[in-house]
Write a protein that binds this ligand. Structure first.
Ligand code: ZN
Length: 656
C-alpha cells in the first residue's frame, strides 16, 4: 500500500484544518480504503468563541462530502465538551443523537456531522482517521477473523466487535479503549466494519493508517489470498435487449416504481456470476455496514424475481422481524443481480446510485474471493442486517417532503438530439429525472455533463446500426420507456416540377422509413415499460397547413403523422400512447440554416425577423417551448390521451 504523503505538497496546507483536508484527500484517492463518501476523518482545534471563551472544537467530516474532494467547508465544527458528556449517557436514540450533533455546531450552515462524531470526540488524539479498508474488512469477515486480526496487529490496535455505527458503537469503543489501550496503541479495528488510526499530527495519523493497512495486505499476500484468478471473459454479443427489459420490468413492478438496470460489463462480474458456488458465497451477507447501507440487499442470482422475493421474505421471517422490519420486508427489490448471461447488473433510481452500487459490488466480489482463499467468507450475521437498513443518516440526500422527479427511473430515447429541438428535449427530460439516450449522426451527441445521459452516434436509416444502438442502450439503462421522434431533414425549397426522385426518397428514408424501423424495433421494449410506453412525434405545421416548395418534407411528415395514428390504434391495447406536436417557425434548430431561413421568408414576402414571429400571438417559438411540451406529453397530464395533434406555433390562422 502506497504512502502518498509529499513534504512539498503538504507545505501548501498551512494550518491544522488545512492539513486535515490534505491527508483526508490522500485517503480518498485510494478506492480500497475509501469508496464513494465512505470513511471519515477529524481534527481537534482550540478556538476562541464570540464571547471570548476558549472552546475545544472537533472538526469532523460532514455528510454529503467525499474525502477525495473534501474542503475545509466539508468539516463540521462540533463542541467537544458536550460530546464527552453525551458519551457518558447510558442511552441515546438515533434521532436524539443527530439532534445533539446538529445543535452543538458552532457554524449554523455547516453540514450534518458524521454519525461517528462522538467516537472521534472521545479518542484522545488530535487527528483521527477512519477508513473501511477492503483488506482489513476481508480478513475480519472470515472464519477466525478476529484471531487473524489479533495475530496481525498484536497490541498495536484495540479490537472492537461489530456494532452498528452510532451511539452504541461509541460507547463500546470508549469502554474497550479505556480498558485496553496502551502507549503502543496506534489504532482500532472495528470487526466487519473498518479501521481507525490516530496521532498528534496529520502525518502521524495518516502514516499509521497506511502502515496498519499495509500489514493486512502483506498478511493476505503471505497467506496466498491476495491474487485472485483473472476472469476468463467472453463478451456476450447475443441480442439480449428484450430479456433485459423484461427483468427490469419485473423488478420495477415488485417495488412499484420504475428503476434503471445497468449491465456493468464487469469482467469479474460475469466470471463471478458463473461460479458453481455463486449462490452460496454471494448470499452469505454483505461486506460491511457501509456497503449494506448502499447495496441494502443480498444479491439476486439469475432472473427469477418472484422466487427471489419469496426467498428474501422467508430468510428474514426466521429472524422474527419487528414492525419496522416488516415494513422493509415489503420492499424486496435487489440492488445487484448476478446472472450467468448478463453478469453483474446494478439497480438504482438513477446512474449516480448505479455507479455507487456497481463500484461497491466490484469491491465486495474481490473481498469475497480473497476471503474464500483465506478459509471462507463469513459476513455479518443476518440479524444485524436489519439494523443497518435504518442507518441512513449519512446517506439520505432527499429531504423529507422533497418530491421525487417525475420520470425518475425511466428512460427516453430522443433522435436527432445533438442540436435544436432534440437537444432541448434531452434537457427537458433530464430535468425531470429521466435517463436519456440521445441519438444523432453528429459526433457532438456524445458530449454530456450528466451521467444520466448516453449519447450514441447512429444512422437510424441503417437497420443494423439501429439495432446495435438499441442493444447498447438497453444494456446501459435496462429498457426504453419513451421515444421522441425528432430526427428529420428539411431540404432546400423546391417546387415539385423541379424535384428529383432521389431527393424525394432521401427525405422519406430519414423522415418516415427510419422511424418505421425504429418504432417496430422499440415496440417490444415499450410494451415492457413499467409506467407504459409513450411516443411523441415532432411533426410540423406543414402537416395541417402545407406550403409551396416543401413537398418532400411536408408529405413525409404527413405520412409519419398518419403512421402515428395507425399505431395509436394498433398499440392502444398495450397501453402505449402516441401523440404528435406540430411546431412552426422554430429557428434555433439544425435544419434552419440562414439560407433556408431566407429562402422560406422570401416565399412569404417577409423579412427574416417578421417571419420569425409571423403568428397570431406574435411570439417567437423556441426549441425549449417544443421540448417542454414533448416532455409533458409523456407525463401524467396526457396519461389518457393518444393520437392527439397539438400545435406549438403561437397560433397559425391556417391551422386555426
Ligand atoms: Zn465507518
Amino acid at each position: 500500500m502506497k504512502n502518498l504523503w509529499s513534504n512539498a505538497d503538504s507545505k501548501k496546507f498551512k494550518d491544522d484544518l488545512a492539513l486535515r483536508v490534505y491527508t483526508s484527500r490522500l485517503l480518498g484517492q485510494d478506492s480500497s480504503l475509501v469508496l464513494h463518501g465512505g470513511g471519515n476523518t477529524s481534527v481537534k482545534i482550540t478556538e476562541t468563541n464570540v464571547v471570548g471563551e476558549q472552546e475545544e472544537i472537533l472538526y469532523v467530516k460532514g455528510s454529503g462530502w467525499d474525502l477525495v474532494s473534501i474542503e475545509k467547508a466539508g468539516f463540521s465544527p462540533v463542541r467537544i465538551a458536550h460530546m464527552l458528556k453525551l458519551a457518558k449517557l447510558d442511552k441515546l436514540s438515533d434521532p436524539q443523537m443527530v439532534n445533539e450533533l446538529k445543535t452543538q455546531l458552532t457554524n449554523s450552515s455547516a453540514p450534518t456531522p458524521s454519525v461517528e462524531t462522538i467516537l472521534h470526540a472521545i479518542l484522545p488524539f488530535k487527528y483521527v482517521d477512519h477508513t473501511h479498508a477492503d483488506t482489513v474488512v476481508t480478513i475480519s469477515n472470515t472464519l477466525n477473523g478476529e484471531d487473524r486480526i489479533r495475530e496481525i496487529y498484536g497490541n498495536r490496535v484495540v479490537i472492537v466487535p461489530y456494532v452498528m455505527p452510532g451511539f452504541d458503537l461509541s460507547k463500546d469503543v470508549y469502554r474497550l479503549f479505556s480498558e485496553q489501550a496502551t502507549s503502543k496503541t496506534e489504532g482500532i479495528v472495528l470487526l466487519n466494519h473498518g479501521i481507525f488510526s490516530f496521532g498528534e499530527t496529520a502525518k502521524q495519523s495518516y502514516d499509521r493508517m497506511i502502515d496498519l493497512v499495509s500489514l493486512a495486505e502483506e498478511y493476505l499476500i503471505n497467506q496466498n489470498a491476495w491474487d485472485i484468478e483473472k476472469p476468463s471473459v467472453s463478451t456476450n454479443t447475443n441480442s439480449i435487449r428484450n430479456e433485459v427489459a423484461k427483468l427490469r420490468n419485473e423488478i420495477s413492478s415488485t417495488i412499484g416504481s420504475p428503476i434503471l438496470l445497468n449491465l456493468t460489463n464487469s469482467e469479474q462480474g460475469i466470471d463471478f456470476s458463473n461460479r458453481y458456488d455463486v449462490v452460496d458465497i454471494a448470499t452469505r451477507g454483505p461486506i460491511t455496514p457501509d456497503h449494506v447501507i448502499r447495496t441494502k440487499r443480498i444479491p439476486m442470482i439469475g432472473r427469477d424475481v418472484d422466487s427471489y422475493a419469496q426467498k428474501y421474505k422467508a430468510y428474514f421471517d426466521k429472524h422474527e422481524p419487528n414492525a419496522k422490519e416488516r415494513k422493509t420486508m415489503l420492499d424486496v427489490a435487489p440492488r445487484v443481480v448476478l446472472d450467468q448471461e448478463f453478469g453483474l447488473c446494478a439497480i438504482g433510481k438513477n446512474m449516480s446510485e448505479i455507479e455507487i452500487i456497481s463500484d461497491l459490488y466490484e469491491h465486495t466480489m474481490q473481498c469475497i474471493l480473497r476471503a474464500e482463499k483465506l478459509g471462507g467468507w463469513q459476513a455479518l450475521p443476518a440479524s444485524d442486517i436489519f439494523d443497518l437498513e435504518y442507518w441512513d443518516l449519512e446517506q439520505s440526500k432527499l429531504q423529507k417532503g422533497d418530491k421525487e422527479p417525475e420520470f425518475q427511473g425511466e428512460v427516453v430515447l430522443v433522435t436527432g438530439a445533438a442540436s435544436g429541438i432534440g437537444k432541448a428535449c434531452v434537457e427537458s427530460f433530464i430535468a425531470r429525472g429521466c435517463a436519456v439516450i440521445g441519438v444523432d449522426l453528429d459526433i457532438a451527441i456524445e458530449n454530456t455533463s450528466s451521467n444520466n445521459y448516453l449519447g450514441l452516434v447512429c444512422d437510424i436509416t441503417d437497420e443494423e446500426s439501429l439495432k446495435d444502438m438499441l442493444e447498447i442502450s438497453v444494456r446501459h439503462f435496462g429498457g426504453i420507456d419513451m421515444v421522441v421522434i425528432n430526427a428529420g431533414i428539411f431540404p432546400k425549397s423546391k417546387t415539385v416540377a423541379n424535384l428529383d426522385t432521389d431527393e424525394w426518397r432521401k427525405v422519406f428514408s430519414v423522415n418516415l422509413d427510419a422511424n418505421l424501423s425504429l418504432l417496430r424495433e422499440v415496440y417490444p421494449l415499450l410494451k415492457l415499460a413499467p409506467n407504459k410506453g409513450r411516443v411523441v412525434i415532432i411533426g410540423s405545421k406543414n402537416v395541417p397547413a402545407p406550403g409551396p416548395g416543401a413537398a418532400s418534407y411536408s408529405t413525409s411528415k404527413a405520412a409519419l403523422n398518419q403512421l402515428m395514428r395507425v399505431l395509436a390504434m394498433e398499440w392502444g391495447s398495450d397501453s402505449i400512447r402516441l401523440n404528435a406536436l406540430h411546431p412552426n417557425a422554430v429557428f434555433d434548430t439544425g435544419i434552419w440554416t440562414d439560407e433556408v431561413l431566407k429562402s422560406r421568408a422570401s416565399h412569404y414576402g417577409l423579412g427574416v425577423n417578421e417571419y420569425k414571429t409571423n403568428n397570431v400571438m406574435k411570439v417567437e417559438i423556441t426549441s425549449k417551448d417544443v421540448a417542454e411540451l414533448a416532455a409533458e406529453m409523456c407525463g401524467h397530464l396526457f396519461a389518457k390521451t393518444t393520437a392527439a395533434q397539438v400545435p406549438v406555433d403561437g397560433g397559425n390562422d391556417r391551422v386555426i
